[in-house]
Design a protein around this ligand. Structure first.
Ligand SMILES: C=CC1=C(C)c2cc3[nH]c(cc4nc(cc5[nH]c(cc1n2)c(C)c5CCC(=O)O)C(CCC(=O)O)=C4C)c(C)c3C=C
Ligand code: FE2
Ligand code: FE2
Length: 335
């Protein structure tokens, strides 16, 4: 028998879903990049060096030199819709909104820069959402990404007299829906290449190695994603960590070192994917697709292809629908 419309498991209340990604500058220009990096690199979840030691380095060196360099990199990937990371996150939110109709209000936000998490939560609350699912779109948990996004949401609720109910999306590094989506997306893109790669390199964003020893599960999550994916694919897989930053030791092997080594080991045709990024961004398009390609070809590689992230592809949206709707179970009829 069908439950009546007012059945208690069918919530009449408004539900909000907030997709969260890392952040990006407002423009591919040094002043905007400086503002963004200042916010990002002042986050103690990202840089765990005591402020008394870090502030002089950040303000005296990094914010004087890096913005111009990064602005050049951003200018190479910028689109008519702005930063790829922001444009793709917006399209992911729009696709889910179309799919879910008026059952759920979907919005998106960036942890650093615009549109910020705080105005987005305010907007959802003003729209009458009494229940909110905050979804940091990081498959692998890291304090520098997942935790700081959630911290920001929690800090807002800490100021409210009338709080919405809150859920957060757990890491999904080993969820079948995620591994399935990666497998489908990668196999589809490999089949469309005009060459047969000798290897598939999976490049994850790096972290200082000491975060692993302090108990952050990030490294283990990346390795598990890579293993589960490699078990599904017929091509040989290598794993590496990109975007080394600063003087500390980072997780190894470094992507740039692997790119420089593979051709000498007979692997001259390469495809590269970045399964840890839910949307293409400067780190995938510029660092891997432009500079990574140069490194590989300079080392003797002959063929190179960068595969797209899940983005708002059919595979990517089907995965977000499955993962997010499961979190909404009990909140949304039919979830
Ligand atoms: C201390 C430095 C950094 C840590 C730690 C870090 C961790 C980390 N970052 C991502 C995802 C992204 N990072 C992006 C850009 C980016 N990252 C750093 C530094 C650290 N990241 C910098 C300085 C930058 C800016 C670009 C540059 O100057 O090189 C991006 C892309 C942003 C965009 O606008 O396109 C993403 C996404 C993860 C997942 C992570 C830890 C697991
Ligand atoms: Fe980063
Ligand atoms: Fe980078």
């Amino acid at each position: 028998m069908n439950p009546p419309a007012e059945h208690p498991t069918i919530s009449p209340r408004k539900i909000g879903v907030l997709l969260i990604n890392l952040g990006t500058p407002d423009a591919p220009e040094a002043p905007a990049v400086r503002r963004y990096l200042a916010e990002f690199l002042s986050d103690r979840r990202v840089v765990e060096i005591p402020p008394i030691a870090w502030k002089p380095i950040l303000h005296g060196i990094i914010l004087r030199t890096r913005p111009a360099k990064s602005a050049h990199a951003y200018s190479q990937v910028w689109t008519e819709e702005g930063s790829p990371l922001a444009a793709i996150t917006r399209r992911q939110a729009e696709a889910l909104q179309r799919q879910w109709g008026d059952r759920v209000v979907v919005d998106w936000a960036m942890r650093y820069g615009n549109p910020g998490i705080r105005p987005a939560i305010e907007k959802l609350k003003a729209a009458g959402c009494e229940r909110i699912l905050a979804a940091p779109l990081y498959p692998q948990y890291c304090a520098a990404t997942t935790a700081t996004a959630n911290d920001t949401v929690f800090s807002m609720l800490a100021e409210m007299r009338w709080q919405p109910a809150l859920r957060t999306l757990p890491p999904y590094h080993d969820e079948p829906a995620y591994i399935d989506a990666l497998q489908r997306s990668i196999e589809r893109q490999l089949a469309a290449l005009d060459f047969a790669p000798d290897r598939l390199l999976l490049s994850f964003h790096g972290m200082p190695e000491r975060t692993l020893f302090k108990g952050d599960p990030y490294h283990c999550h990346c390795r598990k994603t890579a293993r589960l994916l490699a078990e599904r694919l017929s091509i040989g897989v290598e794993t590496a960590f990109q975007s080394r930053f600063g003087r500390a030791k980072w997780l190894e092997p470094a992507t740039e070192d692997v790119l420089a080594r593979l051709p000498g080991a007979g692997m001259k045709k390469l495809a590269i994917a970045a399964p840890g990024f839910s949307a293409d961004c400067i780190e995938t398009i510029e660092e891997l697709g432009i500079r990574g390609k140069e490194t590989f070809l300079a080392a003797g590689g002959t063929h190179f292809a960068r595969l797209d992230c899940l983005n708002d592809s059919d595979e990517g949206i089907a995965m977000l629908d499955a993962l997010l709707m499961r979190e909404l179970a009990g909140w949304v009829a039919g979830a």
